[in-house]
Structures are given as structure tokens and as C-alpha cells.
Design a binder for this molecule. Structure first.
Ligand code: HEM
Length: 400
């Protein structure tokens, strides 16, 4: 049977009023792929994750920025000198020094730090009523840990966090009215990272930046902008992702009191299952983008070379072919694949996976241990549409 044209695939209705998970479920039951008005193919099945590592696709490069008319300036520079939106040798050269320095052992060693930091933040707020969990707690964990890894002084934390808040949005589609503010902060943040690198070149300390500087010397061929952007990229890629995932996992646990109580009874035994399930049930990254480099078929649909494709994690992570009762939040489920799809796959698989898991597992276990009577106040937070889905407001009251 000859392949069907892409125009036969259902068109995604971006204004649909249902919740995102019911909508993708309905789409998935109708067809294995869908298409968006911007011409992106949405691949909806878990098995489509193969497309992420296939030779028939490549990573996006500057496409989304060009679509938005951004072809120069600081956002363009960070996009074109980072590892995330690069392919082949360019990607390898940029990633290798980071991957060597940001090794699993170093990240796993951050567990006690994450637990101590979480305990400090919980104890300061214990029994004191509702507070803004997103900014006062969840944003603090990745920012303070990465600042610690980089060896930035504590007194720089407020401005460092402000830059993170301003510039994290430079990764996906930009809200164009914020472009000026994002770019001004990117310039300042870049200069700060440049100073950090120069400082360690003058006086190595045996810390992450000193090792990274050594590795970039060995790797050769990296220019100064590339060296700086990889550090900036680590900070940005690890911030909104970890912050939002912490919020949604805690909120979902608190909406499932039986599972929250079970977690409080055995935080260390259940922390891995809690985080894996939180990341599956409320994926902070909506999909993994790629571009077809040759004509190809996906489940009988003809996809011409050059077509942008996104493997929808919203859909794949609830695919009944892989997960039993996929609409059910279950911290004890045993059907998670060995490599959690939320961290992507292949050459671009998340460099910060071990750190993100260490931060989330230790933070949530600490809250369960110190504040088992925690309550969610007011609205349940949601993840808004976007490449990295931003979390809405969340108020919590910690109680022992
Ligand atoms: C829950 C937290 C996180 C999630 C869900 C997540 C998810 C992802 C995904 C899906 C990718 C691959 C994107 C693609 O292939 O197009 C990725 C790449 C990346 N992540 Fe993470 N991430 C998280 C935390 C972190 C942290 C904590 C760091 C570092 C501190 C980090 C640094 C990076 C970097 C540098 C890349 C680019 C890798 C490359 O292109 O080779 N991420 N992440």
C-alpha cells in the first residue's frame, strides 16, 4: 500500500479548550501522527522516540529563531554557539568538555548538598503558613546548586537568579515583547561567565570551572563564545526544567494523599519512583524536536525531507503500549523504561540528568521527612503550553 500524504493526518487545534492530556489522548486514538498549523509533524506514540536518534533526522538548528525573525544579537549568538541546537562534529566538540567535567560522580555527590539546602529552606518556613513555592523554594534549588558548582559567591545569588529568570526563555520560542530585556540580561550574564572563566584561568581551584577550562584547552578549536555559551547553557537548561518539575511532582503527590502518606513513611525507598512518575505524569518538556533530513515514512504517512517533527512527550509518556493505566499517577509503577524519555535520547540526551534527579529526589524526600503535613493552598498549579512548559503559581504551607 502506498504511503498517505501528510495532509491526511489530523490538524492540531491550538485553541482546543480541553486539558492537554485528554486532547493528545484523543488525537493519538485517532491517528499515530498529527500536524500543526505551523507545519510541524507531531509524532504521538512512544515508539516514535526512535526518531530522536535516527539517522533520518537531525536536531533543529536556527529554524525556530528564524521563524521569529531573530537572525542576529545575543539570542541568536547563544543559539548558534551552544550545543543544544547543533549537529555532528560541531555538537560533539561543544559537548565533550562539558560531559567530561559534568560527570555522573560529581552530580551524584551533590545529593547531600541538595538535601541540606532543602532542609534549610523547609526549616525557615515550617509552621509559618502559605508561601510562594515556585520562587521562594523550587527556583532556589537548581539556582543555588549550580551557583555552588560554578563557585560563585553567595552574595551574587540575587543578581544571578534575576539573570536566570530573564534569560531562561531564550531557549524556546521567544515572547518578542520581552526580547530587549532577555538580550540585556544575556549580555550581562555572558560577561559574568566570561569573568568566572578568566578567573580560573589565572588561578585554577580544582573546581568544576577549572576542570572545564582544562578540558576546553585539550578539545581545541572552541572559540571563546562557544566556551562561555556551554556554561551559560548548563545554567539555563537546568533551571526552569527542575523548578517546574519539582512544583508539579509535589502538587501531584499532595493531590494523591494515599501516595503522599506512603512517601512520607519511606522517603528514601520511594524517592526514585516519585521523581520518575512525576516527570512522566507532568512532563516539563512538551516534546523532542527534530527535522527530517530525507523523505521518510512514519506509520504509513509520507514525510518529506525538511519537515520539522516533534515527538510529543505529553502523548508518548501516556502511551498504553508502554505504561499500564497511563492516566493514573502511581509512584510504585514498574513499567518505566530504563532510560526515561523526559531526558531525550542519543547524542543530545540531557547532560544534567543525574543532577536533576539528585536535586529532585533529595528535595522531595527532605520535604516528606521534615514536613509530612504539608498542604497545597488554593489552585493546583498547571504547566502552560511551550517547549519548556512554565509552571503557574503555587502556594504551599509546610507543617511537621
Ligand atoms: C527535570 C529536569 C530536566 C529535564 C526534564 C531535562 C530535559 C532535557 C532534554 C529533553 C534534553 C534534550 C533535548 C533535545 O534532544 O532536543 C536536554 C538537554 C540538555 N540538558 Fe536537560 N533537562 C533537565 C535538567 C537539566 C539540568 C539540571 C542541566 C544542567 C545543569 C541540564 C542541561 C542540559 C544540557 C546542557 C542539554 C543539551 C545537551 C545536548 O544538546 O547535547 N538539563 N535536557
Amino acid at each position: 500500500m502506498s504511503a498517505r500524504p501528510l495532509t491526511d493526518a489530523p490538524m492540531v487545534d491550538l485553541d482546543q479548550p480541553q486539558d492537554a492530556y485528554s486532547y493528545v489522548k484523543q488525537l493519538r486514538e485517532q491517528s499515530p501522527i498529527a500536524r500543526t498549523p505551523m507545519g510541524i509533524v507531531l509524532a504521538l506514540r512512544h515508539r516514535h522516540l526512535e526518531l530522536v536518534t535516527s539517522d533520518a533526522t537531525r536536531q533543529l538548528e536556527t529554524e525556530t529563531k528564524v521563524m521569529q525573525g531573530i537572525t542576529s544579537g545575543p539570542i541568536w549568538d547563544i543559539t548558534t554557539s551552544g550545543m543544544l541546537f547543533a549537529n555532528g562534529d560541531t555538537h560533539r566538540r561543544r559537548r565533550t568538555p562539558v560531559a567530561k567535567t559534568f560527570a555522573f560522580k560529581l552530580m551524584d555527590a551533590m545529593r547531600p548538598k541538595a538535601a541540606d539546602l532543602a532542609a534549610e529552606l523547609v526549616n525557615d518556613r515550617l509552621g509559618k503558613g502559605p508561601f510562594d513555592f515556585v520562587d521562594e523554594f523550587a527556583a532556589q534549588i537548581p539556582a543555588r546548586i549550580i551557583a555552588d558548582i560554578l563557585g560563585t559567591p553567595r552574595s551574587d545569588l540575587p543578581i544571578f537568579m534575576q539573570w536566570i529568570a530573564d534569560t531562561a526563555a531564550s531557549i524556546g520560542f521567544i515572547e518578542l515583547d520581552k526580547r530587549e530585556q532577555i538580550e540585556a540580561s544575556l549580555v550581562a550574564f555572558n560577561a559574568y561567565v566570561g569573568d568566572l572563566l578568566n578567573d580560573r584561568r589565572r588561578a585554577p581551584r580544582g573546581d568544576f570551572i577549572s576542570h572545564y577550562v582544562d578540558e576546553t584547552r585539550d578539545a581545541g578549536e572552541l572559540n571563546e563564545a562557544e566556551i562561555r555559551t556551554q556554561v551559560l547553557g548548563l545554567i539555563l537548561a537546568g533551571s526552569d526544567t527542575t523548578r517546574g518539575s519539582l512544583c508539579m511532582t509535589l502538587a501531584t503527590l499532595l493531590k494523591h494523599p494515599d501516595q503522599w502518606r506512603a512517601f512520607c513513611a519511606d522517603p528514601d525507598g520511594l524517592k526514585k519512583g516519585v521523581v520518575a512518575e512525576g516527570l512522566r505524569y507532568q512532563p516539563i518538556v512538551s516534546g523532542i524536536p527534530r527535522v527530517a533530513v530525507q523523505d521518510m515514512d512514519i506509520d504509513g504517512y509520507r514525510i518529506p525531507a525538511g519537515t520539522p517533527i516533534a515527538v510529543s512527550l505529553l502523548s508518548a509518556l501516556r502511551d498504553p503500549d508502554v505504561y499500564a493505566n497511563p492516566e493514573t499517577f502511581d509512584i510504585t509503577r514498574t513499567d518505566h523504561p530504563r532510560w526515561h524519555p523526559i531526558f531525550g535520547g542519543g547524542a543530545h540526551r540531557c547532560v544534567g540528568e543525574a543532577l536533576a534527579k539528585a536535586e529532585m529526589e533529595e528535595t522531595l524526600a527532605t520535604i516528606a521527612r521534615l514536613a509530612p503535613n504539608t498542604t497545597l493552598i488554593g489552585e493546583v498549579p498547571k504547566l502552560q503550553p511551550g517547549a519548556i512548559r512554565q509552571v503557574t503559581a503555587m502556594q504551599v504551607a509546610f507543617a511537621a
